[in-house]
Write a protein that binds this ligand. Structure first.
Ligand SMILES: [Zn+2]
Length: 289
């Protein structure tokens, strides 16, 4: 199951677990715990949700770090989301936490003052050393936990730690809940509000799909494209070296844009149940244009 399908599946089922809810600015639900961090600021009236990866080793190590005061500067977040779907809340949603750093969005500066921050346990971008994928902290990950992709800000194809289905499903549930409860204006990545410094949550996270579902945009509101070449390969990554994910698309196939890029874009085939991948921009045009 790919990431987008995990999003769709999460939305379509309750899976027998009680839904998350918010009471007095605290998350309530199964596998949710609270551990207060001292790294907090003043009052917060949330307008945005900002998603991050921890670039860490584990849920526990990240929680520990975000609850520690450090001479070189303190960091925190409202929630930390584990790879098994567990959530640890570090501060109530009406209190500022320190996850965004120097950042801006839509005319606002310093997004900690406006945003709930959710950190997702993920090792981040890796290095490929001698056929092995190694995180910055030295742990080696199997190829099955790695996604090769180019970040939407460019920089070439790199190995990124994959998110789990449980994590993506919980992230979607959280995003929908927080947007509904606080009337949030948008769901953003740290990479969106600090594009020159940050790459999280990165290309392994289906931010576009989570965003569009959480803020209630219908798929019809997303830009549609059509294939203009007789046949067009749809691939696992933004480069002709990636394997195709399905038979070549035929001329006039309709596509929904998920993630536009400079040369390659991630799209979903409209009408198909689960075909999503990267296509070369030279062979698609905006529909109805
Ligand atoms: Zn971040």
């Amino acid at each position: 199951m790919n990431a987008r399908r995990a999003v769709a599946a999460a939305r379509g089922s309750t899976k027998g677990t009680a839904a998350l809810s918010i009471e007095n600015h605290r998350l309530v639900g199964e596998n949710v715990s609270f551990r207060p961090t001292p790294n907090v600021g003043g009052a917060l009236a949330p307008r945005y949700l900002v998603l991050h990866y921890t670039a860490g080793r584990s849920l526990e190590s990240s929680v520990e770090s975000l609850c520690t005061q450090k001479p070189q500067g303190n960091a925190s977040a409202h929630l930390v989301l584990g790879r098994d779907g567990r959530i640890v809340q570090l501060a109530p949603f009406n209190v500022v936490t320190w996850h965004a750093g120097v950042s801006q969005w839509s005319g606002l500066v310093g997004m900690n003052q406006y945003a709930v921050g959710v950190e997702m346990d993920n090792a981040g971008v890796m290095q490929q050393i001698g056929g092995q994928y190694t995180a910055w902290f030295g742990k080696v990950y199997p190829a099955s936990e790695v996604l090769l992709a180019e970040h939407k800000h460019g920089g070439g194809v790199k190995p990124w730690h994959a998110y789990t289905e449980a994590q993506i499903a919980r992230a979607l549930e959280l995003a929908e809940l927080l947007v509904a409860h606080y009337g949030l204006e948008d769901v953003l990545g740290h990479e969106d509000i600090a594009p020159h410094r940050k790459t999280d949550p990165g290309p392994a996270f289906p931010l576009g799909a989570v965003k569009s579902r959480a803020i209630g945009r219908t798929d019809d509101a997303l830009p549609r494209y059509v294939v203009i070449s007789p046949s067009l390969n749809i691939r696992k990554g933004p480069d002709a070296s990636f394997e195709t994910v399905a038979p070549a698309l035929r001329k006039n196939t309709e596509l929904q844009m998920l993630e536009p890029g400079a040369r390659w874009s991630r799209v979903e085939v409209i009408g198909a149940t689960d075909i999503e991948g990267w296509v070369n921009n030279s062979f698609i045009v905006k529909a109805g244009g």
